[in-house]
Ligand binder design. Structure first.
Ligand SMILES: CSC[C@@H](O)[C@@H](O)C(=O)COP(=O)(O)O
Length: 335
């Protein structure tokens, strides 16, 4: 993503969000100037992706502080609403928690801490990209690398550069990308709308494919490595990410190719021992239904995420380096 586009930016009076519901057709921004506006934007996925949610949550504390006007209980309630706007990405709660202690010092101190988190995220993503590219290239030799990715873990999902797509960008900068298969990502099309948009702008060769094509593409020998992001990684390495990631992981295991999870340490939740403790967001049934899609009256089951067991995660790439999770190097053991 070019430097002129920011997913999350503090204007001085509001949080300016690049509206990801309008992409790829339009580049539009939404200024969230209240807690209500921010919570609504988070729920509608105007801003989305775990690290971007973390940064938005941190700035949301400044909105809550201003709105409360010195009323401690109102401030705490506002911050709690931001924190709980979506349940799975631990970064959202972590972003809020990180700046909360500064509330006593006022809005400027909170904004400065949120801005520091934003800048840290971009720096971390650059490091993730380099570590991930090194790890992959050490296993693929000289041939161009064919990558499969699921959902959008790019610049749009972060404060800049991206995690899984940060690895792809780094491979591309080293002229080593053969092809990227971008799963379209049902039901909200983060892959075909957002990942494809980012890859196109970056000049990376790609094909969008239906989620249901992923297993065949992997088993058919068209993919060297799958690289995905994460919303929450438990202490044992179990990884929650966009629904459909588990299917990609199972196919990778069956085909004997690596599944790489690229995420900052802020996505690791050491307080959650295993994947069964990760809350999975259930979204509105309407996202999967409607005229021309399903018969009137049909009901839907619409989990936004699934959990990939640690044994299927070949590598977890963070800004600190690579953990070979399925080989036993879990986040808990590394810390
Ligand atoms: C770097 S983003 C990592 C994850 O947050 C991403 O893969 C994902 O699942 C996003 O889900 P979304 O529902 O679009 O917020």
């Amino acid at each position: 993503m070019p430097e002129d586009l920011r997913t999350v930016e503090w204007t001085g009076s509001a949080l300016r969000l690049l509206d990801q519901t309008a992409l790829p057709d339009r580049v539009a921004y939404l200024d969230a100037g209240t807690v209500d506006a921010l919570v609504d934007a988070v729920r509608r996925l105007v801003v989305r992706g775990a690290p971007a949610l973390g940064v938005a949550g941190a700035f949301g504390v400044a909105l809550a502080l201003r709105e409360a006007g010195g009323d401690r209980a109102a401030f705490e309630a506002g911050a709690a609403r931001v924190r709980a706007a979506r349940p799975t990405a631990v970064n959202l709660a972590a972003g809020v928690d990180r700046v909360l202690p500064l509330a006593a010092e006022g809005e400027d101190a909170v904004v400065a801490a949120a801005q520091a988190l934003l800048e840290e995220d971009v720096r971390g993503n650059r490091a993730i990209g380099a570590f991930g590219a090194d790890w992959i290239l050490a296993r693929t030799g000289d041939r161009p690398v064919r990558v499969l990715t699921h959902c959008n873990a790019g610049a749009l999902a972060t404060a800049g550069w991206g995690t899984a797509l940060g690895v792809v960008r780094e491979l591309h900068a080293r002229a080593r990308v053969g092809m990227v298969y971008a799963d379209e990502t049902r039901p909200l099309l983060q892959g075909s709308r957002l990942t494809a948009w980012e890859l196109q702008r970056a000049g990376v060769p790609f094909r969008v494919q239906a989620d249901s094509a992923a297993a065949g593409t992997i088993m058919g020998g068209l993919v060297d490595v799958a690289v995905i992001g994460a919303d929450r990684i438990a202490a044992n390495g179990d990884t929650a990410n966009k629904v459909g990631s588990l299917g990609v992981a199972l196919a990778c295991a069956a085909a004997g190719i690596p599944l790489v999870v690229a995420a900052p340490w802020s996505t690791v939740d050491l307080a959650t021992p295993g994947g069964d403790g990760i809350p999975i967001e259930l979204r509105a049934e309407e996202e999967l239904l409607g005229p021309g899609v399903a018969p009137a009256g049909a009901r839907a089951h619409n989990p936004a995420f699934d959990v990939t067991p640690a044994r299927l995660v070949s590598a977890l790439v963070t800004e600190s380096g690579v953990l070979e999770v399925s080989a036993g190097t879990t986040p808990a053991r590394a810390r």
